[in-house]
Design a protein around this ligand. Structure first.
Ligand code: FDA
Ligand code: NAP
Length: 435
């Protein structure tokens, strides 16, 4: 994608995962339905090609959201970028319906995302990492109507500055490890799982352990057990067993577009109640089907009188050390006295993610962004950071807004609607500026 140094884009998107893909679709549909000057957009993605959590595309892993919560349908049910439209274009609509599911495999949803992404090749640069957002030289008025996005080219050809009137920061979740734990060739975070797993010869893995009791941990434990028929597989679980993700109809309402308003305009107590009562819709929980799959394997072992699937319940990992070729895990169990140790050939930390945090990319610009009493960024209902008047361009967040917009901030549930709201805000802002 070409951008000239002088050009000022209406919007620059940082990251090209589902969130910015959804925004690109909303802008495209706005262009198709309006006689106004088209919004110019450029997106920068650090991966070499489109990829949605590729290292967790495990066989049989399914979506945790209905396919109707795709990139567009909730905003525009007749969008040509819907999942149904994708099925139709691949000739699989009838047979998909025969599967009678709301939850396609992640593999299929990835195909859908790639299909949608292929319409935006002219607007996306891959191998392009945004390192920070800066300011242009100060104008006479002392105000900054646009910003400069610094993009590092992955091919080693240096950096370039791209001018933008609006920026959408959509860089995704940040992998989290327990304090002091360092990754290496034998110690992995779930976000790098398949890549690291494929580097090992199966015979090298005679004993493996997975840390955590969330969806990633359960899926990886099942995968390792099935893929390594001679290996000992340990699951290090902080709870007494996996807990189910509540996706029953009333609880699922927390992900509805209307819940964003209830959360955003609610009091501190309202917001606290959302988390208190409904955290188990998403965090440290597992789909019923995966829990049952794992339990069946454990029970079959009991019947057969062999045991290579080991659950270490009420146990947390404290420390990891390399001992020769092996990795030594130190744990604290609420069921055993004294520290516990386990030597493994590979250790997977499925210990979750931190929310997107824009401060590093904002760099010096952060001092124009206002914060609330607890030090978190203030964000408008339209996902725009609240800034001081000098910064008149819009900095929008897709992610990292759990404190203002609620539980769906990092999820797919609301991306179609959110992308539309941001697109509208950008278009309205431009109309006001044009007078
Ligand atoms: P996402 O992380 O997908 O994309 C961000 C992109 O920004 C990445 O491609 C990254 O490379 C790029 N990037 C980061 N920094 C950059 C920089 N400085 N410069 C340029 N590019 C940069 N939710 C849900 O509702 N249903 C589900 O089924 C699932 N399933 C699921 C599976 C797994 C394994 C995980 C870990 C998470 C989920 N989620 C989920 C939650 C997940 O956050 C969601 O599916 C989307 O990935 C959110 O899309 P985003 O585009 O916001 O982030
Ligand atoms: P998660 O839900 O945050 O779970 C992290 C787990 O690690 C928790 O059980 C946590 O326990 C545990 N943990 C943290 N530190 C630990 C320690 N030192 N020792 C032992 N355990 C420790 O993370 P996730 O499973 O990666 O899920 C993240 C998101 O990705 C969710 O939205 C999930 O739905 C999504 N996801 C989706 C799919 C899919 O679509 N198929 C697959 C994978 C993930 P505590 O809670 O006690 O700290």
């Amino acid at each position: 994608m070409g951008t000239s140094a002088q050009q000022i884009h209406d919007v620059v998107g940082i990251g090209f995962g589902p969130s910015n893909l959804s925004l690109a679709i909303a802008l495209e549909e706005h262009r198709a339905n309006s006689s106004a000057r088209p919004v110019t957009a450029a997106f920068f993605e650090r991966q070499p090609a489109f990829g949605w959590h590729r290292n967790m595309l495990l066989p049989s892993a399914t979506m945790q959201v209905s396919f109707l919560k795709d990139l567009a349908t909730f905003r525009n049910p007749v969008s040509r970028f819907s999942f149904v439209s994708y099925l139709h274009s691949t000739g699989r609509l009838a047979n998909f319906v025969n599967t009678q599911t709301f939850f396609p495999t992640r593999h299929q949803f990835h195909q859908y995302l790639e299909w949608a992404e292929s319409s935006f090749a002219d607007r996306v640069s891959y191998n392009a990492t945004v390192t920070r957002i800066g300011l242009p030289p100060e104008g006479a008025s002392g105000a900054f109507p646009y910003v400069q996005v610094e993009v590092e080219n992955g091919d080693g050809t240096g950096t370039r500055l791209v001018n933008a009137r609006n920026v959408a920061i959509s860089t995704g979740l940040v992998p989290r490890l327990p304090e002091g734990v360092e990754r290496d060739e034998r110690v992995w975070h779930s976000s790098e799982f398949l890549e690291k797993f494929r580097r090992m010869a199966p015979g090298e893995l005679r004993s493996v352990a997975v840390v955590g009791a969330g969806q990633s941990a359960a899926e990886i434990t099942r995968f390792l057990y099935d893929s390594l028929p001679h290996a000992q597989v340990s699951a290090i679980i902080p709870s007494y067993g996996y807990s189910v993700a509540d996706d029953t109809p009333f609880a699922n309402q927390v992900f509805d577009p209307a819940a964003v308003d209830d959360y955003y305009f609610g009091t501190a107590r309202t917001r606290e109640a959302f988390w208190h009562y409904h955290k188990n819709t998403n965090y440290s929980v597992v789909d019923d089907e995966v829990i049952r799959d794992l339990h069946r394997r454990a029970y079959d072992e009991e019947v057969a009188g062999v045991k290579r699937l080991h659950f270490r319940n009420l146990t947390r990992v404290n420390e990891v050390k390399r001992v020769g070729q092996e990795t030594r895990v130190s744990m604290e169990s609420l069921l055993e006295s004294g520290p516990q140790e386990l030597d493994v050939d590979a250790l997977v930390f499925a210990t979750g993610y931190d929310a997107m945090e824009p401060s590093a990319i904002l760099g010096d610009l952060d001092r124009y962004c206002l914060r609330d009493a607890t030090g978190r960024h203030r964000v408008e209902r339209d996902y725009r950071l609240v800034t001081t008047p000098e910064l008149s361009c819009g900095i929008y967040l897709q992610g990292g807004t759990e404190h203002t917009h609620g539980l769906s901030a990092s999820l797919l549930s609301n991306i179609a609607v959110r992308g539309g709201e941001i697109a509208d805000s950008i278009v309205d802002g431009r109309a006001r500026a044009d007078g």
